[in-house]
Design a protein around this ligand. Structure first.
Ligand code: ACO
Length: 349
């Protein structure tokens, strides 16, 4: 037999409803820490402008030999250890990334599966940009709810330093590299004791009419890369910052309000909102518009900048290590990004 039976992912769909929870968290950021002042030496910007317009002071930048899968594997090790789970118990590897090891194919998830020596699992990438982790968590929850998987590894991993245009001060200063991972387990079979927590159904949104608001315009099948004709800058990230800002504030408010209404909750019931870390001003403007206490929105953008799909699990890992999370707390994850995409998860810790 070319593929031994244990190398297959066998769907366990029995049409049962299983509750899912997060059984382990991990994160990794590259060692190199770049201050705004260092950027001011290579482009026309300043610490003052960046900090006052975004809340960002540092970002971590991957070493030359580090790709998205390398960061992902380090974060995944942390999550698997915390869940006391052997890699082989994982049924599905999901990597949310818009900065994959390879363009389009193969998936970064397959590279991660191999590096973690996971056998008998499916593996796939998920492209929802900065909303990627939210989409990934909901995909994991639904696989588990359907009885199709018991343990799903959900990773957000990004190396934006490789795709930003370092000559564009309007976008390059905003991003950082990093990875965050969680193990999502069926509550009844989780090995962590006591099995606790619950992930509620998510809210996922999309608005493809804004596809080119934040994108890499050339290099795909719409506008193929033509050697000698396509300028390199056209293959890098480009962004209409003002439009993204307006969309982001509206999306954050709508997602939070809708998740609260659907679950018959008030903002007072939420211990922490963990927003995608794109810009302090976006988060505080959304809190102001919703009439919510901005102190309840966890923010660590000053240290890491915008790590796209990795920002929520990196924040969650940090909150966990700081012992900010207590059993029974209600957490609300909310994000937005290229696509355009937006969405939120609600979970009981
Ligand atoms: N340093 C110094 N000056 C700058 C910089 C910089 N890094 N960037 C822009 N400026 C200048 C501009 O050139 C402009 O100068 P001008 O008036 O002389 O032309 C001035 O500052 C104002 O520029 P704006 O773009 O209007 O600045 P704004 O106040 O809108 O802030 C920002 C820009 C921070 C990018 C904001 O629009 C924003 O946060 N947008 C959302 C971006 C975002 O979150 N993107 C990620 C989405 S998630 C994902 O999927 C990846």
């Amino acid at each position: 037999m070319v593929f031994p039976e244990e190398s297959w992912y066998l769907s366990r769909v029995e049409l049962k409803q299983h509750a899912a929870h997060i059984s382990g968290i991990g994160a990794y950021v590259p060692e190199r820490r770049l201050h705004n002042e260092e950027l001011a030496q290579i482009m026309d910007t300043s610490d003052d402008w960046i900090y006052s317009h975004t809340g960002i002071r540092y970002r971590h930048v991957a070493a030359e030999e580090e790709a998205a899968s390398d960061l992902a594997v380090k974060a995944a090790h942390g999550a698997l250890d915390a869940a006391h789970l052997a890699p082989d118990a994982v049924d599905l590897v999901l990597v949310a990334t818009s900065t994959p090891d390879y363009i389009g194919l193969p998936s970064t998830a397959c590279v991660v599966q191999d590096k973690l020596r996971i056998t008998g699992a499916g593996a796939m990438d998920l492209v929802a940009a900065c909303t990627g982790f939210i989409y990934g968590l909901e995909t994991a929850r639904t696989f588990i709810a359907a009885g199709a998987a018991r343990h799903v590894l959900v990773i957000g991993s990004e190396v934006y330093s490789r795709i930003v245009n370092w000559e564009d001060r309007k976008s390059s200063v905003l991003f950082g590299d990093g990875a965050g991972a969680v193990v999502v387990s069926a509550v009844d079979t989780a090995r962590s004791a006591p099995a606790a927590g619950h992930i509620f159904p998510a809210l996922l949104g999309s608005r493809g009419s804004g596809a080119e608001t934040l994108c890499r315009l050339h290099g795909g099948t719409r506008h193929p890369y033509v050697p000698g004709v396509t300028p390199e800058s056209a293959t890098l990230l480009q962004m209409d910052g003002r439009s993204v800002y307006t969309f982001a504030v509206a999306a954050l408010v709508e997602v939070i309000q809708t998740l609260l209404e659907r679950n018959r909750l008030s903002f007072q019931d939420i211990a922490w909102v963990v927003p995608h870390q794109a810009n302090t001003r976006i988060i505080t403007a959304a809190a102001r518009r919703g009439g919510w206490d901005a102190e309840r929105f966890y923010m660590n953008i000053e240290e890491y900048a915008n790590t796209s799909a990795a920002s929520i699990p990196i924040a969650l890992d940090e909150m966990n290590r700081k012992k900010l999370l207590s059993p029974g707390d209600l957490l609300l994850f909310v994000g937005f990004g290229s696509g355009l995409t937006y969405g939120g998860n609600l979970l009981r810790w």
